[in-house]
Design a protein around this ligand. Structure first.
Ligand SMILES: Cc1ncc(COP(=O)(O)O)c(C=O)c1O
Length: 458
């Protein structure tokens, strides 16, 4: 049998409110042409993010009822600690309310002004937290990652020569850690190979710099290693994940992705000194060290999610169902980033909207058109998210890729939802010259995509 089926049945359903194109034109105009500002009930298919939007399992919901809400020393914390340590293997397990809280805590704890943090490609909130500590976030992806059509199997890899040059230039005094994001979300959900992680570890050892993983999608990364890297075909995703983490000194994780949580995060560390600093800050802003801003029931659900996400049947379905969307869009000629990511398919905004200049934000304009035409909410990862204006000259620097990410929530949509998405994008691609460019009306200086306001250009 070729068909890969969902390894679950649906027990609870949530209605989708149907809307017309005319209604959506009003909603998006009222939202300042920013899909983040639309009410979710006005969206037909929501592929804005796979973060916190997954469906929990019967076991997770049962775990919610088991949650221990004690302020200190709750049973649910120890369950969580055990589940995290069983995969990550670090000495200290510190819960947080989500990924960016983990980033904030680690940056506050160990990053000094003037520091440099190299990585394969930092996620937007990670970059923002590093910059907020007056340090520099340096992206060093391999050259293949910049070419949307290149079929390199591990486009999430860091460029080892560039990393070595960075470590040589700045040394351990200015590089508090190297951060590798698995899978590389901002670079297209692309995996990092074990060989690249091992070589990064060796470089970090040579320069005495700790290696930290941003592990939001570690299970998808582990499954790609199983599928694509020599020597891993017979290993379980759990074994592969453990090997990945064994190469690291610590990890940050948004558990809203590969732990099936609607909320949650973790900082996992080997260093007693770093853990002490992070825990002190945690108490200041998040909560006591055994709940870190979460309810006991959340900790239970995350502990169970962390086990479920490593089930091979689930990962096979997850990677196959994302590739299904990519393959069908590719067959329609839609320009895409390849290979397809684990959690998302990325449209190439500049190639889709060749008639729109960088200043008029092709990827963002495409995301707005997708909402208006078919009620699909997607997320631009390109000019709006990463474009920077030189304060002296006013000249814009645009990122190498201007992508529109279709992030697929875990265990939420069926194949017919995806068929609707494929048909709609195909139709829009055939009428692509009707997509109108946009320009900024208001651009907040930090993380502009969340709240910026736009208007169509004439
Ligand atoms: C790779 C990566 N790191 C960090 C984060 C931030 O996590 P959160 O949204 O839970 O704050 C995200 C969120 O999408 C992510 O994809």
């Amino acid at each position: 049998m070729k068909t890969v089926i969902e390894p679950f049945r649906i027990k609870v359903v949530e209605p989708i409110r149907m809307t017309t194109e005319e209604e959506r034109q009003v909603f998006i105009r009222e939202a300042g042409y920013n899909p983040f500002r639309i009410r979710a009930e006005h969206v037909l298919i929501d592929l804005l993010t796979d973060s916190g939007t997954g469906a929990m399992s019967t076991r997770q919901w049962a775990g919610i009822m088991e949650g221990d809400e004690s302020y200190a020393g709750a049973r649910s914390y120890f369950r969580f600690e055990e589940a995290v340590r069983a995969v990550f293997g670090h000495r200290h397990v510190i819960p947080t309310h989500q990924g960016r809280a983990s980033e904030r805590l680690l940056c506050r704890a160990v990053v000094k002004p003037g520091d440099v943090i190299p990585g394969n490609t930092h996620f937007d909130t990670t970059r923002a937290n590093i910059e907020d500590s007056h340090a520099e976030a340096v992206d060093l992806p391999i050259a293949e990652a910049r070419d949307p059509g290149n079929l390199h199997p591990f486009k999430g890899n860091i460029d080892l020569d560039a990393l070595e040059a960075c470590l040589r230039t700045h040394g351990r005094e200015r590089v508090p850690f190297v951060l590798i994001t698995v899978t590389n979300n901002s670079g297209g959900g692309q995996p990092v190979s074990m060989a690249n992680l091992r070589a990064t570890r060796a470089l970090c050892d040579r320069y005495g710099v700790p290696l930290v993983l941003d592990a939001a999608r570690f299970a998808e990364n582990a499954y790609f290693i199983k599928l694509r890297e020599d020597g891993y075909a017979d290993r379980t995703p759990r074994e592969i994940a453990r090997e990945m983490f064994s190469l690291s000194d610590g990890a940050l994780m948004s558990m809203k992705k590969d732990a099936f949580g609607n909320i949650g995060g973790v900082v996992s560390l080997n260093s007693d000194e770093w853990a002490e600093r992070v825990r002190t800050l945690l108490i200041l802003t998040e909560g006591f060290v055994t709940y870190g801003g979460l309810a006991g029931r959340d900790l239970e659900a995350l502990a169970i999610g962390l086990e479920e996400v490593l089930e091979e049947e689930y990962l096979r379905y997850r990677i196959a169902s994302t590739a299904y969307v990519g393959r069908h869009l590719e067959a329609c000629g839609v320009p895409l980033l390849k290979p397809f990511g684990g959690h998302a398919v990325y449209l190439d905004g500049r190639a889709f909207c060749e008639h729109i200049s960088n200043e008029n934000l092709p990827g963002w304009s495409l995301s707005v058109a997708l909402y208006e035409r078919i009620g699909l909410r997607a997320c631009e990862i390109g000019n709006v998210m990463f474009g920077r204006q030189d304060p002296a000259t006013g000249t814009w620097r645009w990122p190498p890729l201007d992508l529109v990410r279709l992030a697929i929530p875990r265990r939420v949509y069926t194949q017919s939802h995806m068929d609707y998405v494929i048909e709609g994008i195909d139709e829009l691609y055939r009428q692509r010259r009707t997509v109108r460019g946009l320009r900024f009306v208001h651009r907040p200086p930090v993380l502009p995509h969340f709240t910026a306001v736009f208007e169509p250009v004439a």
